[in-house]
Every structure is written in C-alpha cells, then in structure tokens.
Design a binder for this molecule. Structure first.
Ligand code: GAR
Length: 219
C-alpha cells in the first residue's frame, strides 16, 4: 500500500479554508494525510480546528525571532520535519522569506481573495469595490518569493452586486474559496497539476490561463 500525500497547512486566522480541506478529505474527495497545521498566531481558530481533528499543531511567535528570515527558516525546518510533501497556505498572512521558501518552490500553494494579478496584498475586497469592478474572485497560485505573484492555477469568479460592501463581498466569496482550494490541492496531489521549469503545467501542458471553478468543479 502506498501512503497518502502528506500535507502541511499554515493559517493565521479562523481557518474556514482549513475546515473546507478537512471536510473534503472526510467526504473521500481528497486522499491526503494532514501532518501539521502551523500558525504565527497562538489564538488562531485554525489551530483549534486541527486539534479537534487530531492533527499535530505548531504555533510560533514571530516576536521571539530576531528577524523574518530566522522565523521562516525555523518554521520551514519544522514543516520539513513533519514529513510534509506539500504545503498549503490557507489564510497565512505573512510574506515568506525567499531563502526559506527556495527548497519548497513548486510544492506550496496559496489562496488569495482576488482575481490575481489584480489586488496583491491586503484589503482586496475593498479595492475591488473602490475600483468599481464588475466582478471579484479568488485565486489559488503557486507560491514564489514575489508576494501573491506566483503562477495562478485556478480562479473562482463572482459578479459584484449593488448591495455589496466589503464584508458582504468577502462573505459571498468564501464558499467559492472553500470549493476552489480543495479542488486545486486534489489536482496537485493527483499529479495532473505540476510545477516544471518555473511554470504550472496542467495535463502535461503549460497552464497559460488559470482554470476556472464552474458548477461541476475546475474547468
Ligand atoms: C481567506 O479569505 C483567504 O483567501 C485570505 O484569508 C482568508 C482566510 O480565511 N487569504 C489572504 O488574504 C492571503 N493573502 P480563513 O481563515 O477562514 O480560511
């Protein structure tokens, strides 16, 4: 029997995207083993979810390290020690140091609440509203040293409605995020999605435009 792909997850907040990953696994849709959930916030809801699911957790306080690099090198050493094959950033709100990330490039994905390359960084919902955009969305991308800048794998799109404010838009987007992230992780661990020559490849070809989340999954 071959063992399941081993997944580590980093999250800074409530952990609803982590919950979506755990639910997909529980439904039998994501054949993986979660080996670690780590956070830079000891109070993160994601850690409580992981504890309840019996997954090893790790909370590291960035303030106990001299600088970002020292924190990230320690964090990634611990992720390596967990035996993880892949790392998922599910609401991890920190920029990752390039040196710490280097050995992992191609094995780390991140979910970001915008239609990248639009609105890297923070306050994405507000910025989409202020720009008068007709649509908003979420992206899952391979993580590189450039903030929210790695190749985009897949997106979920959502029309902006007249009554949307920042909070409502974020709330309406979240259920799409919860389908998008497990779907992309499934492609990755299943081998249909690959990182080669600094690019995302899907079904053996360079992925030139992101996959789109439709009614029946990624298209
Ligand atoms: C999600 O909306 C995710 O897209 C976003 O943080 C939220 C985490 O929610 N990520 C980023 O902004 C990364 N730059 P969750 O803790 O409920 O999963």
């Amino acid at each position: 029997m071959t063992s399941s792909p081993r997944i580590a997850v980093l999250a800074s907040g409530r952990g609803s995207n982590l919950a979506a990953l755990l639910a997909a696994r529980a439904r039998g849709e994501l054949p993986v083993e979660f080996v670690l959930v780590g956070s830079d916030k000891a109070g993160a809801g994601a850690l409580r979810l992981a504890e309840a699911a019996g997954i090893p957790t790790l909370a590291l306080d960035p303030r106990s390290y001299p600088d970002r690099r020292a924190f990230d090198l320690d964090l990634f050493a611990r992720i390596k020690a967990s035996g993880a094959d892949w790392l998922v950033l599910a609401g991890f709100m920190r920029v990752i140091d390039a040196e710490a990330l280097r050995p992992w490039v191609g094995r780390v994905i991140n979910i970001h609440p915008s239609l990248l390359p639009k609105y890297r960084g923070l306050h994405t919902h507000r910025r989409a509203l202020e720009a008068g955009d007709a649509e908003h969305g979420a992206s899952v991308h391979f993580v590189t040293a450039e903030l929210d800048g790695g190749p985009v794998i897949a997106q979920a799109r959502l029309p902006i409605e007249a009554g949307d404010d920042e909070q409502r838009l974020a709330q309406r987007l979240l259920p799409l995020e919860h389908r998008l992230l497990p779907a992309v992780l499934g492609l990755l661990v299943g081998g249909r999605l690959q990182w080669r020559d600094d690019a995302a490849h899907y079904a053996g070809r360079v992925l030139s435009t992101p996959l789109l989340l439709g009614a029946h999954g990624l298209e």
